[in-house]
Design a protein around this ligand. Structure first.
Ligand SMILES: [Fe+2]
Ligand SMILES: [Fe+2]
Length: 166
């Protein structure tokens, strides 16, 4: 078996998050439609726009390492998004729907944060400063999204979830 180095691992992980981002892009409009609180709907819509930009940044990183932009099935994001779908079905028309959606979205953000945090560090170690800067920009967006979702949870959604079903 050929010896695999950090640049191979970097490329593989890039493919993983590229796959994940494109899945997330498809899932966000569904989540925005399902969300009841206008703040949560707006947050999902805003993040959809950001995700488009994040995909473009990843394409730039592929270019920097001289590889074509291609994804590789990411079981982790499949699982996290499947749980989100389950919540949308099981909590449809329930006061706890938004709390569930928000929690599912935060699981997605945390997955992205761990991936981008790692990729950014590896890019630096590999001497890919431009790639590291691109990955850091996305890392900041994902972290801010997570903070914003926490604010929405605290401000509106979690209290709403306690109310009895109509
Ligand atoms: Fe993302
Ligand atoms: Fe995200």
């Amino acid at each position: 078996m050929a010896e695999k180095t950090l640049d191979a691992l970097f490329h593989d992980t890039l493919k993983d998050i590229y796959y994940a981002e494109r899945k997330i892009l498809k899932s966000l409009p569904k989540m925005a439609r399902a969300a009841q609180a206008p703040e949560l709907k707006a947050a999902f819509e805003k993040h959809k726009g950001q995700t488009e930009g994040q995909i473009e940044r990843l394409q730039q990183v592929f270019e920097i390492i001289g590889k074509s932009a291609r994804g590789k099935t990411c079981d982790a994001i499949e699982g996290i998004l499947a749980e989100g779908d389950e919540i949308m079905e099981e909590y449809k028309d329930s006061p706890a729907l938004d709390a569930g959606l928000l929690a599912a979205a935060q699981a997605v953000e945390h997955y992205e944060i761990t991936r981008y945090g790692t990729l950014k560090r590896w890019a630096n170690v590999l001497g890919l400063a431009d790639a590291a800067a691109l990955l850091d920009e996305t890392l900041q967006e994902e972290s801010q999204t997570d903070v914003d979702l926490t604010s929405i949870a605290d401000a509106a959604v979690n209290a709403e979830a306690l109310k009895p079903a109509p």
